[in-house]
Design a protein around this ligand. Sequence first.
Ligand code: SF4
Ligand code: SF4
Length: 168
Amino acid sequence: MLAEAWEELFVAVEGGEFAGFAVLPVKKYLDNFLAGPGGNMCLRGDCGAARDLLSVSSDGTVEACDCIDPTGPLAGLGTVAGGLADARRSDVATTIRHRDLSASRCADCLWLGVCGGTCLAHAPSLNEVWDSGCAVALSAFDRISLSLVRGDGLLDWLRSLTAGCAHA
Ligand code: SF4
Ligand code: SF4
């Protein structure tokens, strides 16, 4: 369902229907494909959660990422009062940074470096993969690579973005 919706969006972008509009669900994959991982802290081998990123809730609780369920097992690194450095050193934060997908389908996937193995906030558990996110990523990187070989539609769309600042 999610992958089909992404595919429809991609076809429209590739076909020039969104000239001048930064369609972020497509652009984030294309940017990573062209520029490599790093700029996007979600689409890379080690996501930003508890690494580049900490999130503070209104009650002062520190989380690894605002996308992580604050009632789940990966929640509650510490508190602002207790110090951000201690939160980053907490057992939960350390566990998050040790996410290991080597026993998952990602281990043999060509796209792991620019995909990261899907958002851990959506994954069923720390070392598992979010199925819908995986389906979108597989489709995205396959479609982008083929499109760049076959024509200039995507690059023309990227160039069109410099002429405006609209988002979709
Ligand atoms: S596309 Fe799927 S299998 Fe490949 S790295 Fe991403 S989540 Fe893993
Ligand atoms: S938990 Fe998800 S949203 Fe948060 S940084 Fe990691 S991949 Fe991105």
